[in-house]
Write a protein that binds this ligand. Structure first.
Ligand SMILES: Nc1nc2c(ncn2[C@@H]2O[C@H](COP(=O)(O)OP(=O)(O)O)[C@@H](O)[C@H]2O)c(=O)[nH]1
Ligand SMILES: [Mg+2]
Length: 453
């Protein structure tokens, strides 16, 4: 990459496309195809899986029908989860469903409700009010759509601040800090940006709106890039191609583990890989059925055991099957109960041992799912999980649902864990490898002032 990220962004916005521009509707219609499944709600039988008389033998749910009745499962499951009374967690703010998260955020930061309400009405398929995108790839379009909220929240606030300032004085920087913190950039990072910016503004003698805005964005991008220099964003696979790759998914309830597994299963299945899923979240029958449903929807096999079985036993069966039947990739779901750290640690250790005994190089990834809409809470979760297991990367879900995309900066600056995947919606194809460039582009679109020279 010759040009810096900032220059490339600016260039993209100033109407000098680097590659041939793609038509947005073309891309949108492609993704539409994959969305069909979600609408029909079937299957009230979720909880019926829990019969005790079910054999302890692992059963493989084969994907009989790719076209099978699609289900809006996750949503139901989440509701179910909310009602689950057996919450014993010590660290209770951590175990939350997405609904709870919303509530919590609302509680935590009332001031945020302004923007939350303003664009709350669910993400619509088309974003008609968004200006035309004149750039690079379908990835960009995807990020662009997924970050629409953040742009409207964070971006719009920053814009307002920039539009209204009279002098670049102490008040200005105070307000900037506030805006950054509200965007979940994180306290430390906000201070750092603000400090460095004060110097920069002086140095450049920046006075105009566009000078200052350029300096801010440049700083954000710089910090992002410099903090991430040693980080490896890519997913790792088995070195020996005859062995299955194993990805283990961890994270508290409701953050999007199962959904991410479904999306990844789809990705690899589409790429011609033989994919196996392990329903290691045996805590609730709903969770097992949810994964099984994804298996049917996507057309991959799922290893399950009845509710309350030992997760390690499910994983054992799955690993053995994956080896024996030459699966390329095994995605392991787990329950995210942080009831207490010791238990969680023991459970995850046991699962890992079971995997490693059969496949010494696995798991290749331990991916921690974090819900971007939970803001700083997600950081707390990440810190806790880092203490109990070796996390190799972050899946940042629901980026489409937050107006505070600054969380990505906070994760990088405060955790030093690479974000490897991002969730930009609930559908099968709403998962992307994390690309800092696409991300920043999506976030600051409209803020970057086109170059005048
Ligand atoms: N908008 C949006 N919703 C998501 C995303 N990922 C997951 N979800 C939703 O979040 C809820 C919880 O997801 P689930 O996979 O069941 O979480 P788990 O408990 O960690 O397995 C479901 O309703 C999902 O559809 C995402 O990237 N964007
Ligand atoms: Mg789950």
């Amino acid at each position: 990459m010759g040009m810096g990220l900032f220059d490339r962004l600016r260039r993209a916005f100033s109407g000098e496309p680097e590659e041939e521009p793609k038509k947005e509707d073309e891309i949108v219609s492609t993704s539409e195809e994959n969305q069909e499944p979600e609408e029909t709600a079937t299957n009230e039988a979720t909880t019926a899986t829990s019969e005790d008389d079910q054999p302890e033998v692992a059963e493989t749910t084969t994907a009989e029908a790719k076209e099978a009745e699609p289900v809006a499962k996750e949503v139901e499951d989440t509701k179910e989860v909310v009602q689950t009374p057996e919450k014993v967690e010590v660290i209770e703010e951590v175990e939350t469903t997405s609904e709870n998260n919303e509530v919590e955020i609302a509680k935590k930061a009332d001031e945020e409700s302004v923007e939350q309400q303003s664009d709350e009405p669910k993400e619509t398929k088309a974003e008609p009010e968004e200006p035309e995108i004149q750039t690079t790839s379908s990835e960009t379009v995807r990020y662009d759509k997924g970050l629409a909220k953040s742009r409207k929240g964070f971006g719009a606030k920053l814009n307002a601040l920039l539009a209204n300032f009279r002098r670049v004085d102490e008040d200005f920087f105070e307000e900037l800090e506030e805006t950054l913190i509200e965007a979940d950039v994180g306290f430390e990072t906000a201070m750092k940006i603000s400090d460095e910016l004060q110097d920069e503004v002086k140095l450049r003698n920046a006075k105009s709106r566009s000078d200052v805005s350029d300096a801010i964005i440049e700083r954000l991008v710089d910090i992002y890039e410099s903090e991430g220099v040693d980080e490896d964003n890519s997913l790792h696979f088995a070195k020996d191609p005859t062995e299955p790759t194993v990805f283990l998914f961890v994270g508290v309830n409701g953050v999007g583990k199962t959904t991410t597994i479904g999306k990844l299963a789809h990705r690899y299945q589409q790429a011609g890989k033989k994919v196996l899923l392990a329903a290691g979240d045996t805590f609730r029958a709903g969770a097992i059925e949810q994964l099984a449903e994804w298996g049917r929807r996507v057309g991959v096999d799922v290893v399950t055991k009845p509710e309350k079985s030992d997760p390690a036993a499910v994983v054992y069966d799955a690993v053995v099957k994956a080896k024996k039947e030459n699966y390329d990739i095994l995605l392991v779901d787990t329950a995210g109960r942080l009831q207490n750290k010791v238990n969680l640690m023991n459970e995850l250790d046991k699962i890992k041992r079971v995997i490693t005994r059969e496949l010494p190089d696995a798991p290749q990834e331990v991916l921690l799912a974090l819900d971007a809409t939970t803001g700083q809470n997600a950081l707390t979760q990440a810190k806790q999980f880092k203490e109990v297991t070796d996390v190799t990367g972050i899946v940042l879900t629901k980026l489409d649902g937050t107006a505070r995309g600054g969380i990505v900066l906070a994760i990088r600056n405060e955790l030093h864990l690479p974000v490897k995947l991002v969730g930009l919606g609930e559908k099968m194809d709403d998962l992307r490898d994390f690309s800092p460039e696409e991300f920043v582009y999506g976030l600051f679109k409209g803020l970057v002032t086109p170059k005048k020279d």
